[in-house]
Design a protein around this ligand. Sequence first.
Ligand code: GUN
Length: 287
Amino acid sequence: MVGTKIDGNIIAQSVKDRVKKAVEELKTQGITPCLATILIGDNPASATYVKNKHKACEEVGIVTKDHKLDANVSQIQINEIIENLNKDNTVHGILVQLPLPEQLDEFVTTSRISPLKDVDGLTPHNTGLLSMKKAALVACTPLGIMEMFDYHGIDLDGKNVVLINRSNLVGKPLYHLLLEKNATVFACHSKTKNLTELCQSADVIITAVGNRDKFTLTPEMIKEGAIVIDVAISRFQEKLVGDSDFEQIIQKASFATPVPGGVGPMTVAMLLKNTITAASLSSQIGR
Ligand code: GUN
């Protein structure tokens, strides 16, 4: 059996089309949605991600404010920049690109962002709301994956989902979103025993390891007709790869995402959607 490719570029475009209409609607109400990004240091991958985010904003009519900071910026300086953006009524979303240089604390930094402008869904306020099914702003990659399931009419009710990641940006928010859909979620990580057996019995595998020297999801590790969502992207043998080889895994899976062109474009599309949500939230509280 050859499965169906879940094409992130096509699904992301459908999200962007909806966002573009929402931007036009907000503009008729006198609100021009604006995303402020903060990029610290000279990590080339982060610079590319931020550039892609700006380009996508431009495509749908979202204004961007770009803050590029020196790698040795202090915690006090970054806190002050975030405070100023929190107070700036023309800014609706704030994104601090991760990872941060060593001297900066990720929790301290992201916690400073106003929960109403937290388009990454990383503040304690928004992560708490997510665990109670009340979040308005949720991390972009998990949201994008849920959008992919929706697009293909994939019902998660009662499904066994193996999640191979426990990060704040991917694994933890996904855990809650999947539970909300009545999936049984196995939250796996580097210390999990019997990962192969767990994968072999899973209806859905969402993998985000990103280190081919340590981990590859092979066709032998999945059951016939499983759904494979590959979140990872890393360079391996001169190529950009995920945790699995799409061409091989799709021979056995019912649905699978390629890398590149799978989850990546969805992360950007959902950032646009979150920025619109944040702009609407600010209008509801009269700013
Ligand atoms: N670095 C990798 N992915 C992300 C993301 O979704 N948001 C932020 N802020 N940084 C990232």
